[in-house]
Design a protein around this ligand. Structure first.
Ligand SMILES: [Fe+2]
Ligand SMILES: [Fe+2]
Length: 212
């Protein structure tokens, strides 16, 4: 059997981390709005509103990538790591769908995304330092908050924008499923203080990504 030196182990781990950082593939599901006609009725300001909202959602998905990768890097078991990477791959679908919708409306993504990405990796790693079940509790709460947030966007988008509606609906049902997966795998309930901190952090991201 091959013997790995400490240097070998560090190189293997670094390679593994680089792969997670840059090679997460989307799960390849079809864009939910593929068969839906673009509405001709949206005004300039309505399109701008949808762009701003989708920019926020796109940043949220960038953060989700960071969060799941951060959790995968320090996951204590292979099973937990695989679960995190699977969810990261579904979040990558969301990221691509948001980007496509923004492109269709000729908008732009947030210039702050590198900050959300790197910050979320750190948060994911910090959350992973404690027990796996606490890390799952953090994920369950994140997904609950995201699903709730998507509900507010479903309310805000113009009633004629069926494309965005379809995308957000699908994302919401995936986020609920991610939350349930974390719960079914034994997530511990996190403290109400931490929940509050998570809401505040998310609000900071939403405030800035809506604008730039
Ligand atoms: Fe997502
Ligand atoms: Fe999710």
């Amino acid at each position: 059997m091959r013997h790995f030196t400490d240097i070998d182990k560090i190189l293997i781990k670094s390679n593994d981390i680089l792969n997670m950082l840059f090679n997460i593939k989307s799960s390849g599901r079809v864009y939910p709005a593929t068969d839906i006609e673009e509405t001709k009725e949206m005004s300039y300001s309505e399109k701008k509103l949808v762009n701003n909202l989708m920019r926020v959602n796109h940043s949220g998905e960038v953060a989700a990538q960071g969060l799941y990768i951060g959790h995968a890097i320090l996951a204590k078991t292979d099973q937990q790591k695989e679960m995190m990477l699977n969810m990261a791959s579904e979040e990558k679908d969301h990221l691509e769908w948001c980007e496509k919708r923004i492109d269709e409306l000729k908008g732009n993504t947030s210039i702050l995304n590198p900050i959300w990405f790197s910050g979320s990796i750190v948060i994911g790693m910090i959350s992973s330092i404690s027990k796996d079940k606490n890390a799952l509790g953090f994920i369950e709460e994140t997904e609950k908050q995201v699903a709730k947030h998507l509900d507010t966007h479903l309310e805000k988008i113009p009633k004629t924008d069926n494309k965005t509606y379809k995308i957000l609906k699908k994302m919401k049902s995936d986020e609920e499923h991610h939350g349930e997966t974390a719960k079914n795998n034994g997530a511990n309930e996190i403290s109400s203080n931490l929940k509050k901190v998570m809401e505040i952090t998310a609000n900071v991201m939403k405030f800035f990504s809506y604008r730039i």
